[in-house]
Design a binder for this molecule. Sequence first.
Ligand SMILES: [Zn+2]
Length: 706
Amino acid sequence: MQRARLLVLLLAVACLVACSRGSRYKSLVFESLSSEPITERPAWLKQGIVMVGNWEPLTFRLRKGGAPVDVVRQWEAEHTEETVRRLKQQGVNLIVTNLHKGFGLQTEAQDIEATRKLVAIAHRYGIKVGGYIGASMFYETFFAEEPEASNWMQVNEWGKPVYYNPEQTNRYMACRNNPGYAAFIRRVLRLGVEDLKLDLIHFDQMEWWPEPRSCHCDYCREQFRAYLRSRYTPEQLRLRFGFTRLDDVVPPPFDLWAPPVRIPELNNPLMQEWARFRAFSLAQRYGEYDAYIHRLNPQVALEGNPNVNFALNKGFSQGVDLAQLLEHGDIVWSEEPNQAEWTADGRLVSKIRSFKAVRSMGKSLFVYTGGMRGASSPRLRMAEAMAYNDMNLGDVGEIGALRADGASITAEPEDARYIEFFHAHAQDLVDTSSVADAAVLRSFPAVEFNPARGGVSTILFEQTLIQTRVPFDIIFDRHLKDLAKYKVLVLADQDALSDAEVAQIRTFVENGGGLVATGDTSLYTDWRWRRGRFGLADLFGRDLPPAPNEPNRPVQRTFGKGRVVYLPRVEPSVPPPPPSMSYNFSKEYWKLPTNYRELEAAVEWAAGGRLSAKVDAPLSVTLELAEQKTTRNRLLHLVNYDIAKPIANLKAEVRIPEGMRLREAVLESPDSEKPEPLAAAVRDGVASFRIPRLKIYDLVLLRLEK
Ligand SMILES: [Zn+2]
């Protein structure tokens, strides 16, 4: 190891040990930046985002191989004024293009100049431009340009490089925890923000590679030990590991027997802490990027791609903990394969989970909504984004399609109506938050460390609430401190809860909150130590889970001013994969559980029968209820996933908030020609009305007044 590097490392660690225990663990890699979340966000984001991307530089398109024969002309065409003019005409207001893929700033000079010109043209048309930064190093050129870069690699346990993927072996993954790489990223950010005048920075691969391919470099090792020392006192360390000396602790290897990771659940404390460290450090680095960009220009937005996908336990496998990561930035990507669809075997496939989880952290999501053809309709995907996202229609089409005369970026001409509708209704859609009766908890140690129980039951409970149209949010451990806005908390096999969390839940119910819990909920601590009886035994009215052969009967009780339902099991319709830490409970398993009616009834009873919205409709229809903060208007979004079957005459009820009265109810839809007033009757604070038709997407606007 080089002397200077060793010195930096020792200083960093010494400072950590000296200053950080007990306080918030300070930034290691970017000096002199606060890691506190930045609450002042770029104002332009809320005007509504309609995005297309052309982030792959020509250098990459050529080096990757397999390009179309006219790849050079295609790339040139994407950067012309004519293309920008047509994007503007078709409603696009953000282009995400290349900033630095990873070949080196000199090797990508032509690509970077193209970005500079594109930004200038786009700005003349009022279009914002984002710049892509990759996290891999194309060593064939990058190492020659950046002589220190061979020290920035992620390495495995044996010091060998971590590759991008099995085919693109010309790419080594860089370690974000490496100060040298961080300094390089700062150079790239200055180029993008100060020189090229970008409006948004996109960080791709904002995740660690899945175990067993995690980084074991010297920086990760040292920072891991420092993290443990900052998190625990010596007494706590002794309880955690049986000893307190951490000098020889190293990141745990995971592929000793048979990769991927086949351990059924994660009880090894060092493995748990390593997973938490990966999530923590990723969020720290993302927060540092945010702070640095904000210092350069507070109107530049930050966006990252942790590839949100709740079918996987990505908190364990890839260090993606949205509860930490989304303290920072503005938008995150999901490239999950769960395109909106109603399948022939009656499964509702959606990205609703990702939208909801990101929204409960106050951020929005990029997904592919237009463009791609296939089983899923672009209109349905845009409907989903309109209903569940926050002013963000996502990536609506293919910039490459514009080379043909008169072509549209969207797959079908009718899709363009959805983009027009989104812009035309910006005033109504802006500045809203969800109105949710239930909150589904995704406790980190339950879902991430025991995915075959905590993950499966949670996904199936969420599926139930989606398809039975119960308004709900997805929340994380941190949200347990403030449950007051919810009527019901759902704990679907959330087996691992800390003593403090158990106390928070008990207080919520004592004060009148509802609770629906299943299976092993609260049987373990957040370290996954088994309690002698449920932490919430007094609420459930029983000490231990029932034996597997006991009948699956819900038990209703009152506790304090609240109501509790305990159900032994969420019953999957499709048998889940066997337990494993490399888990994938993919959409093939998302059939409603066999006892979904009981789960729905439990939530309704625990809520005291006071749901904020009810719509009588088939199981292929979902709803989202939102409130506009300034006007207090209510927005009822309805999405029909079975797009081949339009529905007529739906009966709907929406609760009007206290102190407000209904001025008018109007049905708006991109599937019909013009808005339609609805006759609504209000009784006991509930507005009842009929919706004449639902093709794919309806927005019922309930305009309120004092
Ligand atoms: Zn590393």
